[in-house]
Design a protein around this ligand. Sequence first.
Ligand SMILES: [Zn+2]
Length: 263
Amino acid sequence: MSEKKRFLVIGAHPDDADLMFGGTALKAVRKGCKVKFISTTNGDAGHYNETRGNLAIRRAGETLEVVNRSGIEEYEILDSHDGELVPSLENRKKIITRIREFQPDVVISHRLYDYHADHRATAQLVQDSAYLVMVPLICPNIPVPEKEPIYMFSHDFFKQPALFSPAIAVNIDDVLDEKIQLLDCHVSQFYEWLPYIDGKMKEVPKSREGRVKWLAKERLAYYREQAANAGNLCSSMKHAETFELSEYGRKPKNGELEQIFDF
Ligand SMILES: [Zn+2]
């Protein structure tokens, strides 16, 4: 990789970017690349006995811990409430501004078809921004980037209207422990809210060491499935984070994605 690349990962909640891109982020940072995570909502609805205000504060603290453990540039949380994000003009301008300011080579977000309204709204906002980022008269106070970014989608299992079709697979076998350490930052989610909503509260071990092992067992299967589904891209890996190319934004040249993701 000749040039240090810049990756902007835009998720709906303060753990989505880690789930989508955490392993890749760790590898990219080690190679001197710059990574920024954004959560378009403050995540203040994902709990069963916290107030919204307390939860938002806890989750902001959890993202700071992700920055400490990963070495990414920043984990920015935008000010929409969880479960209430809409693809409004105001929110679109916030996304255009963030993309222009960070000047990423690659922007990664959700696909448009997804179970969660905030994921869909985030996907819509990013797709709506992809062309307008390069239009100087939109948000005229912030200059357009020198280079138009490439836009990509993170993995999901939804089948309608189209199966996820990976263009690139990043082998994360060598950063599995560190990836789990990123998810471990989100105590309110992976040890509280998600086990609660999934009916697994009794499974969560009490000790810190036990919890991390349990988290790895719970979560790594997803990355094994991604690796299996992208076997045509790389057959030797056991765990992968995979990304689909958007038809919007800059079209990468032949072999360019492989260069960008050569960690
Ligand atoms: Zn989410």
